[in-house]
Design a protein around this ligand. Structure first.
Ligand code: CMP
Length: 144
């Protein structure tokens, strides 16, 4: 079924010049870009985005890291994109990720795992609404 997911390229992806490569993987797979921006995320927004993890020992480090440089929040649409997107990313821990996946190809550090992806359609809706206004979700026909 057609659905949407929220993906966010993390500061390490931007700093290492991986933005184009990762976007290309989703385009080539056949997914449709609905929204994208390039920004320095505020700590307030990041704390809301990662609210579920606020009790974790790595929470403060995670927020500090995610606000250390620009990120690329994006919305992608297409068949089963939440689950397929997670599979294209690999496991949260890059060391458990297969080569061929984004994290399996580009990372060995759980705290620098290149890209975030929503874990369910519900969290996708919630995350999309945190990072984008309705107006920023672009309506267009990809002829696919
Ligand atoms: P992400 O998909 O953005 O969701 C939560 C993030 O927390 C995760 O990717 C990791 O970057 C980070 N994270 C999860 N576990 C750890 C950990 N043990 N140490 C540091 N960061 C972690």
């Amino acid at each position: 079924q057609r659905e949407r997911t929220f993906l966010m390229l993390k500061p390490d992806a931007v700093q290492r010049g991986l933005v184009g490569d990762i976007i290309a993987r989703f385009e080539k797979r056949g997914y449709k870009l609905v929204a994208l921006k390039f920004m320095n995320a505020s700590e307030d927004l990041l704390k809301r985005h990662y609210a579920d993890l606020s009790s974790k020992s790595f929470f403060n480090g995670l927020i500090k890291y995610m606000s250390s440089g620009p990120v690329v929040p994006m919305v992608w649409e297409g068949k089963d994109v939440v689950k397929q997107g997670r599979s294209m990313l690999g496991e949260t821990n890059p060391l458990a990720s297969l080569p061929g996946s984004i994290r399996g190809d580009y990372s060995i550090d759980i705290g620098r795992n290149v890209c975030h992806g929503s874990d369910s359609t519900e969290s996708a809706k919630h995350e999309i609404s945190m990072w984008f206004t309705e107006k920023e979700l672009v309506n267009w026909d990809s002829h696919m």
